[in-house]
Design a protein around this ligand. Sequence first.
Ligand code: 4DW
Ligand code: GAR
Length: 204
Amino acid sequence: MARLKTAVLISGHGSNLQALIDACADPAFPAEICLVLSNKPGAAGLDRAKAAGLPIKAVSHREFADRESFEAAVSFELEAAGAELVLLAGFMRVLTEGFVSKWQDRLINIHPSLLPAFPGLDTHARALEAGVAQAGCTVHFVRADVDAGPTILQAAVSVTNDDTEESLAARVLEQEHKIYPEALRLIADGKVTISDGKVIVEDA
Ligand code: 4DW
Ligand code: GAR
């Protein structure tokens, strides 16, 4: 069967991208990466993609007058690459309603907290400050409201007494690297549907 053509949007380090690259390296995996696009031309993730022999594009938001024209350029590249699904992996530009509706239900993000807890930045510091016993990460469909949208998968990690922001972030990131490829597999296998604003995962 044809593999689902997936584009990955990044801004930085790209460790989640690497997990996705590693998963897609298995010819039996139901998705393939057709493009890695960064809004930051120097993003380390672009080197990871290049090393894996994947098509890359840098579309610097700084070269556009407004978000809409930046997003039009991003959509152009996604369509040229034949993307059927778009994964945000540490992509740091807010996407407006126009882009989100164009890619409605084909646009996914990973966030380093158990949403709806701790949306936004500095999630680990805020989780520690709040004294939660469980932290984690969420793969979700993207909506115009940031860090909102139907949840596809979550993984929890226990917070320990001696956790720091760094130690907690590292344990959560390990889980991110598991659930993002897992979510991609479920989507590519056609096992993820949205009903009444909530995700239904077949066989889950
Ligand atoms: C996210 C939310 C806000 C900013 C950056 C990232 C989370 C993931 C995400 C990226 N783009 C998105 C989402 C999302 O969940 N929903 C939508 N689009 N619609 C953020 O505030 N970024 C600012 C810039 C930061 C920078 O360039 O370093 C910004 O002004 O866009
Ligand atoms: C990841 O922890 C991801 O969940 C987070 O940025 C990091 C990117 O790391 N995303 C957000 O905070 C979105 N709001 P990576 O570049 O190594 O994949």
